[in-house]
Design a protein around this ligand. Structure first.
Ligand code: PSU
Ligand code: MN
Length: 288
């Protein structure tokens, strides 16, 4: 049997995005969804200094046993390889490794972006620049409103990254289906999306961001979310640096919302994985 087209999945959502207790089951779920929709799951991470798009269940189990696992973006990736460390990969590092492995589609929850609070210092995820370097189509539900959604959208525009809405004209804000920001174009079916993605990836050799809003039944109530976010922010000690801030805030949100933000998070990751697998399958068929 010919092998199925691959869909890349990132490991940071497993190690840092959800509580450890939910990670192994989520990984199994995503693999099953992937296969069900016509694609081969390709879990990306760094195992003992080896970058791979084929993390096995045993390797993931060993990584999840480590309490403090490094989170690799494109800046620290090389050093982690040099040190022969285990590391999970963010959107940026996953795009790099997927591109090297010849994988064209990658599904995740949300991408990193521009943080709020510029009064103190600038904090912008290396995910955004990765789209200008690696030819991978990334399916996400936009960015969490813990970030500055509108500035993130503006920076994507500045960097010349195509932002495509799947079934939406609005740039989604993760737990919420829409925001004040828009998309460059809207597609409503997988076949025409695949046709565009295939042409665009080979034309530019750069990435594409495809945004897929959270399923309507799992969207959170905006004012309720705002109050949870305020409470979660209060719990973070001042001066927490760069890579640690987001995971701490997410953990806090899961806690103060009594699991509601986690359920929403899992729902959109599943939905993005389903769309990603269907897109990979359609690209596989077109052979483009
Ligand atoms: N957004 C989420 N959940 C996550 C992440 C982002 O809703 O787990 C992870 C992704 O791996 C993303 C990374 O690439 O955080 C961005 O981190 P940083 O801002 O440090 O670049
Ligand atoms: Mn950062």
């Amino acid at each position: 049997m010919a092998s199925l087209p691959r869909l890349a999945l990132e490991s940071t959502i497993l190690t840092h995005g959800v509580p450890r207790s939910a990670a192994a089951e989520l990984a199994r779920d995503l693999s099953a969804l992937c296969r069900l929709n016509g694609a081969q799951p390709a879990l990306v991470g760094i195992f003992r200094g080896r970058p791979t798009a084929e993390l096995t269940e045993d390797e993931l189990t060993e990584m999840l046993r480590q309490s403090d696992i490094a989170k690799a973006n494109t800046s620290n990736l090389g050093v982690l390889l040099h040190r022969k460390a285990h590391a999970s990969t963010t959107v940026a590092a996953t795009m790099e490794i997927a591109a090297t492995a010849g994988i064209r589609v990658f599904a995740t929850g949300g991408i990193g972006g521009v943080h709020q609070g510029f009064a103190n210092h600038l904090d912008i995820s290396s995910d955004l620049a990765a789209f200008t370097r690696f030819p991978v189509a990334v399916i996400s539900s936009g960015v969490k409103s813990i970030l500055d959604v509108v500035s993130t959208r503006e920076l994507l525009e500045s960097l010349g990254v195509p932002v495509i809405g799947f079934g939406t004209d609005s740039f989604p804000a993760f737990y919420l289906r829409s925001s004040r920001a828009g998309v460059d174009a809207r597609f409503d079916d997988v076949a025409s999306l695949a046709e565009f993605v295939s042409a665009e990836l080979s034309r530019t050799g750069r990435g594409i961001l495809i945004v897929n809003p959270i399923p309507p039944a799992d969207e959170l109530n905006p004012s309720q979310f705002e109050s949870w976010l305020e409470e979660a922010r209060r719990r973070i000690p001042p001066g927490v640096p760069g890579r640690s801030a987001t995971p701490l805030l997410l953990g806090g949100l899961h806690e103060v919302s009594a699991g509601a933000t986690l359920r929403a998070n899992l729902s959109l990751i599943r939905s993005n994985t389903t769309l990603g697998a269907r897109l990979a399958a359609a690209l596989g068929v077109s052979g483009g």
